[in-house]
Design a protein. Structure first.
Length: 302
């Protein structure tokens, strides 16, 4: 692991770190899971499926795979997925010169790298998840010390992922050794793997329903396929947003970010640190406080 050259380091790294941490903390305090999960997520799923996504049983393999993709799309902005927005900066860098053109190949290249890392993790977890079934804490209905066991798995998974995001953000701006200083594609693939890892901790009700259906089929290949579709649904909107920004600006957005290495590092680092702090604080500070473990500020809404 090496540190990026001085020319690739933002000039005011201390201020960037403080601002990013404050932004992540503020997001963790202001976040309303009721609004995001139920008002947005449930309504999107119900509209696309044409029925009550939670109450209607999954009827068959095709219906299950459709449900997997739709529920993934519906869960785009949930607390267990929103951190994938941090991939915008690294994808711009990984696209390089090809992403500044409006050709389809130039647009798909960075999105493809993100999907590669994500699919590898989600497919393996879906396969193994079906084999393990109810032995996974994620599918448990038990409560320990007033805290649901499935949420303990969420705390561990998202805590690790949040810290990984923070590390990558600090590495991007040159504060810590950067394993991807000369490998921007590797950074995007790794971020994709972390996004795929969201499924390992996700307590989102629609995903829980999908997981139980996959286990009930007894076919690990169905589990792998369903989890891959869930993850693809998760990144669809951010991929479309990235493509639209590139198309509308005729590559100007990517050229602006990559014109100066220090600017690239600042954008990438700020997004990763802010969303990494949010992920860790939300799942490992705010969530336990909801069950009486510690304290966290409460908003009038949830």
């Amino acid at each position: 692991m090496i540190a990026p050259p001085a020319s690739a380091r933002p000039a005011r790294r201390g201020g960037l770190i403080v601002g990013s941490v404050v932004a992540g903390l503020a997001l963790a305090v202001l976040w309303s899971f009721e609004f995001v999960d139920h008002v947005i997520g449930d309504n999107v799923a119900n509209t696309l499926l044409g029925h009550d996504a939670k109450a209607t049983a999954i009827g068959g393999t095709v219906a299950g795979l459709v449900f997997a993709f739709v529920s993934g799309l519906a869960g785009t902005f949930t607390a267990c997925n929103i951190a994938m927005a941090a991939s915008i900066g690294p994808m711009s860098q990984a696209g390089g010169a090809s992403a500044t053109r409006t050709g389809l190949r130039g647009l798909l290249r960075p999105i493809g790298w993100l999907a590669l890392g994500m699919v590898a993790v989600s497919a393996v977890y879906g396969f193994v998840g079906v084999l393990l079934g109810d032995r996974l804490p994620q599918l448990s209905t038990e409560v320990v010390g007033g805290l649901p066991v499935r949420l303990i798995q969420s705390m561990v998974a998202f805590g690790v992922i949040g810290l990984a995001f923070v590390y990558l953000g600090l590495a991007a701006i040159g504060v810590l050794p950067d394993p991807f200083a000369n490998h921007p594609v590797g950074r995007v693939v790794t971020l994709g793997a972390l996004v795929g890892g969201f499924l390992i901790g996700r307590p989102y009700p629609l995903f829980n329903k999908l997981f139980h259906w996959a286990v009930d089929t007894g076919n690990p290949l169905y589990g792998a396929g369903a989890f891959v579709l869930q993850s693809l649904g998760n990144i669809l909107l951010v991929s479309v947003l990235f493509a639209l920004v590139v198309l509308v600006t005729r590559g100007g957005f990517v050229r602006w970010i990559t014109a100066r290495p220090a600017r690239t590092a600042a954008v990438t680092g700020a997004l990763l640190i802010a969303l990494g702090v949010f992920t860790f604080v939300y799942w490992d500070v705010r969530l336990p406080a909801m069950f009486g473990y510690g304290w966290f500020p409460k908003m009038p809404y949830r």
